[in-house]
Design a binder for this molecule. Structure first.
Ligand SMILES: Cc1cc2nc3c(=O)[nH]c(=O)nc-3n(C[C@H](O)[C@H](O)[C@H](O)COP(=O)(O)O)c2cc1C
Length: 150
C-alpha cells in the first residue's frame, strides 16, 4: 500500500479541562491543530460534548498516526480509546484541517439517531457508529456555515 493511502482514525476521550476553561483550551487546541494538520495534510473534526471529546483524523497513514501519538499524550484529556483505525476511500472532513463543534440541545436529533440522548457514552460506539455521529455533526456544521455565509 502506498504511504499516501488515506487513513482514518476516530477516538473518544474524557476531557480533563475544568468546565469554565474549556472554551479557551479548545481554541488553543484548534490553533495548534490547524497549524500542524495543515502541514501534515491531516483533516478532521473534533466533537466536544458532555465532558467527552470524539475526534476524526484523516490523511496519510504516518501523518495520522504521528498526530494521534502526540494528541494521546496530551494531559488535557485521558482514557483515549480508538474506535476505528484503517484505510478510507476518501476524506469525510476534507474542508477542515480541524473544526471543533459542541453539541447543543438543538442538535438532539443527532443523538436521537444514535439513541444516545441522556447517556452520551462514546467509548461504547462501534467504528461505523462513531463515523455516523461525526458525519451527522459535519452536516450540521455545513448548514450552519452556509447560514452564516448566506
Ligand atoms: C482533544 C484534543 C485534540 C487535539 N487535536 C489535535 C490535532 O488534530 N492536531 C494537532 O496538531 N494537535 C492536536 N491537539 C494538541 C496536541 O495534543 C498538542 O498539544 C499539539 O499538537 C502541540 O503542538 P505544537 O507543538 O505545535 O504546539 C489536540 C489536543 C487535544 C486535547
Amino acid at each position: 500500500m502506498s504511504s499516501r493511502a488515506l487513513h482514518l482514525l476516530i477516538y473518544a476521550s474524557r476531557c480533563k479541562v475544568p468546565w469554565g476553561d474549556q472554551g479557551p483550551e479548545v481554541a488553543s487546541i484548534l490553533d495548534a491543530s490547524i497549524r500542524n494538520n495543515g502541514q501534515a495534510d491531516v483533516t478532521g473534526l473534533l466533537l466536544v460534548h458532555d465532558g467527552w471529546f470524539v475526534q476524526a483524523l484523516e490523511g496519510p497513514m504516518q501523518a495520522v498516526l504521528t498526530t494521534y501519538g502526540r494528541i494521546s499524550a496530551d494531559p488535557r484529556h485521558g482514557d483515549c480509546r480508538v474506535l476505528r483505525a484503517g484505510p478510507a476511500q476518501g476524506r469525510s472532513f476534507a474542508e477542515w484541517h480541524m473544526c471543533a463543534r459542541a453539541l447543543t440541545s438543538a442538535d438532539g436529533a443527532i443523538l436521537d439517531t444514535l439513541a444516545m440522548r441522556g447517556a452520551f457514552e462514546p467509548h461504547r460506539l462501534t467504528g461505523p457508529q462513531a463515523l455516523r455521529l461525526l458525519t451527522a455533526v459535519r452536516g450540521v456544521q455545513d448548514s450552519a456555515g452556509r447560514r452564516a455565509a448566506g
